[in-house]
Ligand binder design. Sequence first.
Ligand SMILES: C[S@@+](CC[C@H](N)C(=O)[O-])C[C@H]1O[C@@H](n2cnc3c(N)ncnc32)[C@H](O)[C@@H]1O
Length: 576
Amino acid sequence: MNLLAWLAPKGDVYNLLPGDNDGKGSSTQTSTRYSFRGSFLKTALVGLLDELRHGFYVLHDQVIAYSETLGSRQTRSQSDWAEQGKRALQEHSLGHIRHCTDLLRQSLMCNADLTIELKNEELGGVTGFGTHITEYYTPVLCKIRMATSQVIDAVDVSQLERLAQDIASRTQEFTAVLRRNGCALPSHDPDTPRNDTLPLEGTILQSTLMELTTELQALVQGPRLHMHNQILAHVNLVNFHAIYSFRLPGVVPAEGSISYAELAGKVQASEDVVRRIARYAITKHIFREVDGGGRLAHSATSKMLAESPMMMEWIGMVCEEMWPAATQVVPALVKWPRSQEPQHSGFALAHGLETHVFDMLVDQPERAARFANAMVYFNSNADLAPHHICDAFDWESVSQVVDIGGSAGSTAVALATRLPQVSIVIQDQAVLEDQARRSIPPELADRVSFVAHDFFQDQPVRDADFYHFRWIFHDWPDRYCLKLLRALVRALKPGARVVVSDYVVPESGTTLRYKEGLVRGFDLAMMELFNAREREQRDWQRLFDEADSRFRFEGIRTVPGADLAFISATWQPSDM
Ligand SMILES: C[S@@+](CC[C@H](N)C(=O)[O-])C[C@H]1O[C@@H](n2cnc3c(N)ncnc32)[C@H](O)[C@@H]1O
């Protein structure tokens, strides 16, 4: 297969050069639109060569014609020559020819700039230079990865070396980005400042490096070791659970160290157990030993745990709520095949529930608070931060937003902070009311309010401009998602927008393997907790269409640096 064909994202269209091939073996002289896949880069490079060729011919013809004029002593005024030269340069300027030469040169270099600039109408094209990151970057990287791994499938050692070289050059780029942005270089030293948020170019390189290094590890290990190590990883949960239950990160002093005997006394466990737990953790860069191995101190990771109570809450939730549920997923699937009921889940079997998890939490405020804190932790990550929604829509005409299932108010606070004209009602279960009220800063209290509401009942806030569900639909099987949408219908005014912020599962193999793995991991976690799922683009459209034909599906928006997508529809009754 043509390598260039792999490098271009699937499904998009791009202008076709006359005479290019339609990919099915026939020549399509007349078509003006063409499959992006397999044609974009070829078209771009052929276009550059074409421009050089034409520029060269025009200049060449002019020189010949000029010398013939001189030879035959024909007379022609200087202004005629100047006029002709100007016309030729307008069509094929030297600047353009230089641009083509440089792009071709770049494309031939081993570290070619493969990022794609989108056409900019104002510029009348593209600049063609500089670091330009587009929304197509990830799919392009993915194609590179697929191209690389497909060739590696042929067990060619030199390809493995090329992967290592790629890692080396991306590492250099990554460290250059960190330096340029004043970020610390990565280290396990607890005193090194953390780079919890990176600039976008750093995040992209980080993803690329994770992809490439994971690929290298898998290949170097070979199938047997690769599998062996993956299944062994389940003991990580034993370790994390002990770290969480004994609250080890908080007990180890922020500065200095503690002896195992002292630590054991503080957490009321045997010294032997504490040492074994800590020493396993150390193999994962959590804690470190000092003074010849007799004392425990912080590493960068354990220090981060000590300083991140919300992350500890998430670890607790995983170890105490989700881990038992994980063991019961397959029994639940066997017991209730094809069920559309949320209580037919591994979680329900493991915890002896007959209701949905959220109904159980109503009577258990401590567990409810831990669930809500886990959400706060998730929302504190740059790629999951709730403020991304502000960049996904034009808010000028929006004054009233309802955040349905808005938990303790992370999204509402982010919206109200960025959009001074917007008022937001948070709706969630009454059990979250106190927590939500505490999280609303006093300066926003006149525009952000909390109302207890069951989102399966008719929506009480009528005629709002924007109804938002963030991380709600993935908690529910389709049957219930339809109910969520239909509960809105009576409140909607024409043109009202309904937005779901959730993952969109990529088509298999169309994005970085590790990124796809994250989303598919969430999909299995939703199966485990709620007999629910993450959804693909076509599933989203189908849900809106099936809920009510008056929803006009607008499509899916993404924001660079945001993991969740914004799936939107507007309410369009026929009498509008
Ligand atoms: C996964 S959390 C998402 C929270 C929030 N939207 C966010 O992005 O952080 C799901 C939320 O749905 C709420 N919820 C569950 N069942 C509900 C119901 N019947 N009515 C209203 N809220 C509900 C839960 O309390 C929880 O806050």
